[in-house]
Design a protein around this ligand. Structure first.
Ligand code: ADP
Ligand code: MG
Length: 359
């Protein structure tokens, strides 16, 4: 998050990516897992949008849906993924290959999934340059070296000829980012890119991403389970739980004024922030449930310290919980806060029932 540019100014104009009511389900022998269950969010140019939630909440499936890389037996069942004004769900495989690694690039948790052990790092970057920018020969070599320098790899002239195993974990992730940049993407999707790295290296990679974003006006979708990382990098945050976005807000507002009990629980679990009396770190008891049925109730209710009877029978819809300028929304029957509880529940009941979110 850079202080010189507010979320409001970033959000002027059309979003570069607009995910609308996306639903992706896995059809296993046993059940249908609604891994992503009707989520919507936007990303603007130059903006970093965080997706945060515990393991199993549907973050990676969201990223893979956007890239149209959902594994079998998964299917995108509903929604639109508008990119530069066109629906990615209408693209054929060839068009998608050109977009992937072209205007949209992705960085995964484990850099070795993106690097081939038998080719030098330089040759892999050059292959990306050839495929997406038609560069070859000494021009491509020069560009590969420049990219390695841009991501802060020292001695790039020499390292361009080395193999992935000759790089440390942090340097490998830098090399993967260089490969992603080789295609000059507009949108970079990062799925837990720093989770496998130690904290010092993690901080360096986050800093690098911010620098690259500023230089290139990159839009970044940043996935993590770590609220501390979100605080460092995101402009806007979407909190995911069991396939749904349960809260969405600008980062400062989310940290200062979290509304959903799940977000409050996540923030209380950050070491050094939510110390209970006696200095013990609070955690949210239990695990994310597998979303294997339609949401006719609140999926967080079984773990929620504020749950009441209706949470088991009414599905919460997104309601505004901040002022208009922040677009702060939460899906929880406790809101709108200014209504008596019964009337607030009725808002969710009627909006959910009249097809407000098309289930
Ligand atoms: P996260 O990235 O937030 O940890 P994922 O997006 O990987 O979570 O997974 C969300 C849900 O989708 C989980 O319940 C998981 O079991 C299910 N899921 C993911 N991939 C598959 C698959 N290939 N087959 C069946 N279920 C899957
Ligand atoms: Mg994941």
């Amino acid at each position: 998050m850079s202080a010189d540019q507010t979320t409001e100014t970033r959000q002027q104009g059309e979003p570069i990516l607009s995910v609308e009511n996306l639903r992706t389900a896995f059809y296993t022998d046993k059940e249908v897992i609604r891994a992503v269950d009707g989520i919507s969010f936007d990303i603007h140019r130059g903006e970093t949008v965080g997706i945060v939630g515990e393991s199993g909440s549907g973050k990676s499936v969201t990223a893979r849906s956007i890239m149209r890389l959902v594994d079998n037996p998964g299917r995108i069942e509903n929604g639109r993924i508008m990119y530069d004004g066109e629906d990615l769900l209408d693209k054929n495989p060839k068009q998608m290959r050109a977009i992937r690694g072209g205007s949209i690039a992705m960085v995964f948790q484990d850099p070795l999934t993106s690097l081939n052990p038998v080719y030098t790092v330089g040759n892999q970057i050059k292959e990306a340059l050839r495929l997406h920018r038609g560069m070859s020969g000494s021009k491509a070599t020069r560009e590969a070296i420049e990219l390695l320098e841009a991501v802060g790899i020292p001695d790039a002239h020499r390292r361009v000829r080395e193999y992935p195993h000759q790089f440390s974990g942090g340097m490998r992730q830098r090399a993967v980012i260089a490969m992603a940049l080789a295609c000059d993407p507009e949108l970079l999707i990062c799925d837990e890119p720093t989770t496998a790295l130690d904290v010092t290296i993690q901080a360096q990679i986050l800093e690098l991403l911010e620098e690259l974003q500023e230089e290139r006006d990159l839009a970044i979708m940043f996935i993590t389970h770590d609220m501390g990382v979100i605080a460092e990098i995101a402009d806007r945050v979407n909190v995911m739980y069991a396939g749904e976005i349960v809260e969405s807000a600008p980062v400062v507002e989310l940290f200062e004024s979290p509304k959903h009990p799940y977000t409050q629980g996540l923030l209380n679990s950050i070491p050094g922030q939510g110390l209970e009396e006696g200095g013990r770190l609070s955690t949210i008891e239990g695990d994310v449930p597998t979303p294997n049925e339609k949401p006719t109730y609140c999926r967080f209710a079984p773990r929620c310290p504020k749950a009441f009877a209706e949470c088991d029978t009414v599905h919460p819809v997104q309601v505004d919980v901040g002022d208009d300028s922040t677009q702060h929304r939460a899906s929880c029957l406790l809101y709108p806060e200014d209504l008596p509880k019964g009337e607030a529940v009725d808002v969710h009941r009627s909006r959910g029932a009249n097809g407000g979110d098309q289930r």
